[in-house]
Design a protein around this ligand. Sequence first.
Ligand SMILES: Nc1ncnc2c1ncn2[C@@H]1O[C@H](COP(=O)(O)OP(=O)(O)OP(=O)(O)O)[C@@H](O)[C@H]1O
Ligand SMILES: [Mg+2]
Length: 240
Amino acid sequence: MEQQFIDSEILKPQTPIIEFRGVSKTYPGGTHALEDVNIKINKGEFVFVVGSSGAGKSTFMKLIMREEKANTGIIRVNGFNLTEMKRKYVPMLRRTMGIVFQDFRLIPTMNVFQNVAFAMYVVGATGRDVRREVSKALSKVGLGNKARSMPNQLSGGEQQRVGLARALVNSPDLIIADEPTGNVDPNMSYEIVNMLTEINKQGTTVLMVTHDHNLVRDFHHRVIMLDGGKIVADNAGGDL
Ligand SMILES: Nc1ncnc2c1ncn2[C@@H]1O[C@H](COP(=O)(O)OP(=O)(O)OP(=O)(O)O)[C@@H](O)[C@H]1O
Ligand SMILES: [Mg+2]
């Protein structure tokens, strides 16, 4: 029985959760933010996206969330064809992903519990499910005892962990994080990437932009490097 399970795991074809084919993005005004990007990211991968300022990292993430549209090429995310998809399907796409922001974006008038619960209410969840899932998400990020705190009573690292709980609470297939450690101290950065790594081990695909070379060196994840809107390096080992 066990043998059978292992074999089928090995034989299981790798399924891309994100696929870019010949994708270019030029902003109004003429900046070529991405040029002919081709990439596949499989389900269950953890990928760091690195590169200098202006390289196109945030644009890459925004295309995946369909916050921006590509000018040319094909983008597939989680079974959605983003190039042909009508705007009305964007909420369905977003439901499959958890988004973590550099500046946390918590609602200042809501406590920690309410901030995370809100992410569930907006997708139609109610009552008991919300209480159970919010508690689970908060304990995953080590904030079970801070449910009633207000955002302004938390450290930057704690606020970001609320952001992480909010991204997790709807059990997304994919977590998108654009510099999630950009506003927290180095120790907390490690904590956050540790948590993302744990979440990844349970099957969630993680895509994270960072400028922090230490994180990239110490966590051995795939690294995609952008420069001038092109992918200039892509390795599975973690060292660039
Ligand atoms: N909304 C926009 N309108 C016009 N140009 C833009 C817009 N957003 C980004 N750009 C330009 O596109 C290029 C890529 O920007 P992007 O934000 O993707 O870079 P980045 O790699 O995320 O940089 P950083 O590390 O500073 O966050 C830059 O030249 C930027 O000025
Ligand atoms: Mg950016």
